[in-house]
Every structure is written in structure tokens, then in C-alpha cells.
Design a protein around this ligand. Structure first.
Ligand code: AOF
Ligand code: ZN
Length: 468
């Protein structure tokens, strides 16, 4: 029987690689024998040991017969590192518990297959949502080969990112601003428009101790960047890319040469509507192994980015202030849509209170999504025991605050874990128009209800009453 605490620990370990493993995934692994952790590891740095091998390297005793908890499907290919599945078999691990599937086509499904063919028991999708969450960048990048773009802005309650005079220091509190610094360490690139450079003359560096500077990407259609700007002055130390419209590129060889001597990399890009074609730029940056970008653009660049569909995630910080001013800048400008029905849509992900500020994370409705995965019906029937029940309980989306949360859902063929109550004593599993309720409380293990009833029975207490 597995215990979610070990997978939670593996997730915690994986996160230690934030900012250092790109464009590889964050991965953590925990090896457990007789209820004791005998090895822990994570992917520390790009090109170095994978989490599983790192955990083996840290073993305190022989791993024969042990369980391994790993946040991502173990790899089975030779890349910068040899296949982890081989190490798992060599160390005679008995049972591997995995969180996320690996969409990398060299690995996808084959990692599981190798392990099972070599007699290792594999349980997939343990705390899957939690494990998937930490690798949004990797899943997007490995599949689309373009950077995962996070648009960040900080605004007042009335939606201004500066006073009408242009002054913007400061809108949010220090802790919020520290979070932005953490993001600069986390994502590989930082992108702004030339307007921001001309207006604020920023550095765009990461000011966290021990942090890594993001690669600075300036969208500068007409090559207006001053050689005296802070960006250019520091280009020899901090990687800097200036994307220019291809027409201007052809006619500006002197300036380009000078900028290149100062350490700036100039990339010519096609244009759309008088601006840089951001989709094309994302393709180019993807080829340069830039898997993620923090977009701190002004309103014009943000508008283009949203309209061209390159934004996967938005970080909105709101400070408890009102600036007013019809000419004060807003986070997304441009012309805007003609009618509300043409709005770009997002899913609300999280809301966080940062003292008196709030940080809201939204995910674009058009973002890349992992293919949906389901509980295998056959496996479900075959493992109809205590073990399964506890599996079910941890598979449920733990962020549920309401009695029911929705995980992957598909009609007929496959089982879907529909929800749990907050204490995890009760689980609803559904398939097609049937649903089962399981309780861990006592002998009454399941009760079949119709899906319609289950939909109507949103009151958990009512359900409990029926069960007992
Ligand atoms: C990692 N760290 O802990 C695991 C990975 O070139 P390589 O050998 O480093 O292989 C990278 C691929 O290996 C990566 O895209 C992913 O599919 C798989 N698993 N990668 O960097 C890890 N477990
Ligand atoms: Zn590996």
C-alpha cells in the first residue's frame, strides 16, 4: 500500500531543481524500505543525474525489495544520462509509484513497459495533479518546442500599471516584488517591449542571492534600443537578445554590428500588423532551448502576446490602491476586442494573499494540455481491495475545498474519480452514467447510485447519512 507522504516528499525534492534543470523536467525520487526512507534524490541540474539515479547514489542501505516513489515516469532512453529504468531493475526495486506520465515521445509509456516487462510492479498517477503541476513548462515545451510564456503584471484596484505621469514605483508590496524575483529565477527568459526599455531603462536581472539571471529578450521592431541603455551596457555579462523586424534588420548593419560587439544577440523576425511576429519568435527561441519566458511587457507587447496566442499563464498582482486617470497605463492595451464575446478566456488557477496584495494565477483556455488520462477499468476491478481504496483517495484532486472536485472525466469506458469529501473518508467514482461511492469508514464499502442522483446529491452530509 502506498503512502502519499512519500510522493509529497518527492515533489518537495523535485522543486529544489527550480531554475536549474531547464529545459528538462523537475523530478524527485524517494526510496522506501520497510517503512523507512533509504534514499532521496532529485534532478539537480541540467545534464546531470536524473532524480532516480541521484536517489540511488544517496542510498543508505541496499535497495533490494524497496519501493520507489518518483514524480515522473522513469526514462528508458539514452540522452545526456543513461536510462533510469535500468538502474531501477539493477537495484531490484520491487514497486515503483509514479506521479506524472512523461509526454516525451522517447519515453512516453515505454518507461512503464520496460519496468513491467522486467518484473517491477508499477502504479501510475499517484498524486498526478500535484506532480503535473510542477512541470507545466516541461510538458508544454517537450510537446510544442516553443517556450511556455507567463505574462506577469502588477496593477492597482482600478487596473493601472502606472500613474498617468508614467510613474510606477511601486505598486505592489515588497513581498510581492520578491515573488517576481523568484519567477525571474524560475523561467529561462524574460521578455519586454522596447517601450519599457526606453521608459524605465531596466536591468531585468534576478536580484535573489544565488539566483540566475534570465536571458533578456527585447522586442524592438524598429531597432530603437539605445547603446547607452542598461540592457546593452550589461549585455556582456547577462545574455541579451534583441528581436527586430526583418525589414529593419536588412538596413541597419552598422548599429547591429555595434550591438553585437557589446554582446547583444540580434534576431530578425517577420512582422504582423507592424509588430514582431511573436509566434515566429517563439519558434526561434524554442530552438535555442529557451523553454519558458516571463513576459513583463508593457500593454502593447502584452496585447500582441495575448492576441497571437502565445500566453499560457498569467500572474496578476493587485495592490489595494486606486490611481485613477483615463490616460494611466493598463496591463493590456492595443485596440482590444470589439465585443465581450471575443474576449480571450482563462481558467482561474490559484488566488494567494500576500499581506494586503493578491496574486492570481490564470491558465489560458488555449494552453497546451496533457492528454487526459484515466483509471483503467480492468486494473480497477482487479485491484478491488484496501490498497485500491487508498489509491483512490490520494488520486483525488487534493485542492478540493468543496465536497466534490473534478478530475479527468470520460464517459463509459473509463473510470473517473469524481470527488472526495475533505477528510478523504468518502470517494465518488463514476463511469458512464453509473457512480459508486466508497467509504473508508466501516464495512459499508460501496453504494451504487445513478449519476443523475450523484449530481443532485452535492451535499456531503446528505450522502453520509445515506451511507450510514
Ligand atoms: C531529467 N531528469 O530526473 C528525469 C528525466 O538528456 P537526458 O538524459 O537528461 O534526458 C532528458 C529526458 O529524460 C527528459 O526530457 C525526460 O523525458 C526524461 N526524464 N529527465 O532531466 C530526470 N527523470
Ligand atoms: Zn531518467
Amino acid at each position: 500500500m502506498y503512502q502519499e507522504k512519500y510522493m509529497l516528499r518527492a515533489i518537495e525534492l523535485a522543486k529544489k531543481g527550480i531554475g536549474a534543470v531547464n529545459p528538462n523536467p523537475l523530478v524527485g525520487a524517494v526510496i522506501v524500505k520497510n517503512g523507512k526512507v533509504i534514499g532521496e534524490g532529485y534532478h539537480v541540474r541540467y545534464g546531470e543525474l536524473h532524480a532516480e539515479r541521484h536517489a540511488f547514489a544517496n542510498l543508505t542501505e541496499d535497495a533490494e525489495g524497496a519501493d520507489m516513489y518518483v514524480t515522473l515516469e522513469p526514462c528508458c532512453h539514452y540522452g545526456k544520462q543513461p536510462p533510469c529504468v535500468e538502474a531501477i531493475v539493477e537495484h531490484k526495486i520491487k514497486h515503483v509509484y509514479v506521479g506524472s506520465d512523461d509526454p516525451n515521445e522517447m519515453v512516453s509509456g515505454k518507461g512503464y513497459e520496460y519496468l513491467r516487462n522486467h518484473g517491477v510492479k508499477v502504479t501510475t498517477h499517484v498524486l498526478k495533479n500535484r506532480c503535473d503541476e510542477i512541470n507545466r513548462v516541461f510538458f508544454h515545451y517537450i510537446t510544442t518546442r516553443t517556450p511556455y510564456v507567463v505574462m506577469k503584471y502588477a496593477m492597482t484596484m482600478d487596473g493601472k500599471i502606472a500613474a498617468y505621469t508614467g510613474e510606477s514605483k511601486w505598486i505592489t508590496n515588497e513581498v510581492s516584488r520578491m515573488k517576481v524575483q523568484e519567477s525571474r529565477n524560475q523561467y529561462v527568459g524574460i521578455m519586454v517591449g522596447i517601450g519599457t526599455v526606453l521608459e524605465d531603462d531596466p536591468q531585468l536581472t534576478c536580484r535573489i542571492e544565488g539566483g540566475r539571471n534570465p536571458i533578456r529578450i527585447i522586442c524592438d521592431t524598429r531597432l530603437q534600443i539605445p547603446e547607452t541603455s542598461n540592457i546593452v551596457k550589461t549585455a556582456a555579462q547577462v545574455p541579451t537578445i534583441v528581436a527586430v523586424g526583418d525589414e529593419i534588420y536588412e538596413t541597419s548593419s552598422d548599429k547591429i554590428e555595434k550591438l553585437e560587439q557589446l554582446g547583444v544577440k540580434i534576431i530578425p523576425v517577420g512582422m504582423v500588423d507592424g509588430h514582431i511576429n511573436l509566434r515566429e519568435l517563439m519558434g526561434i527561441l524554442g530552438e535555442m532551448s529557451i523553454d519558458s519566458i516571463l513576459l513583463e511587457g508593457g500593454g502593447t507587447l502584452n496585447y500582441s502576446a495575448v492576441m497571437q496566442g502565445i500566453v499560457s499563464e498569467v500572474h496578476m498582482y493587485v495592490a489595494p490602491k486606486i490611481f485613477g486617470g483615463k490616460d494611466a497605463l493598463t496591463p493590456v492595451e492595443g485596440q482590444g476586442v470589439d465585443t465581450p464575446s471575443l474576449a480571450k478566456l482563462f481558467d482561474l488557477e490559484t488566488v494567494e494573499k500576500i499581506f494586503d496584495d493578491i496574486k492570481v494565477v490564470y491558465l489560458s483556455k488555449n494552453r497546451y494540455r496533457l492528454p487526459e488520462t484515466f483509471v483503467d477499468r480492468e486494473q480497477f476491478y482487479n485491484n478491488w481491495d484496501e490498497d485500491t481504496l487508498s489509491q483512490l483517495s490520494v488520486m483525488v484532486d487534493e485542492k478540493a475545498t468543496a465536497p466534490y472536485s473534478t478530475c479527468c472525466y470520460k464517459e463509459d469506458e473509463l473510470w473517473h474519480i469524481a470527488g472526495t469529501n475533505n477528510d478523504d473518508e468518502l470517494i465518488v467514482v463514476e463511469s458512464g452514467d453509473e457512480a459508486y461511492i466508497f467509504t473508508k469508514l466501516d464495512k459499508l464499502v460501496r453504494l451504487k447510485i445513478s449519476l443523475r442522483d450523484q449530481r443532485d446529491l452535492l451535499d456531503i452530509d446528505e450522502l453520509m447519512e445515506q451511507l450510514t
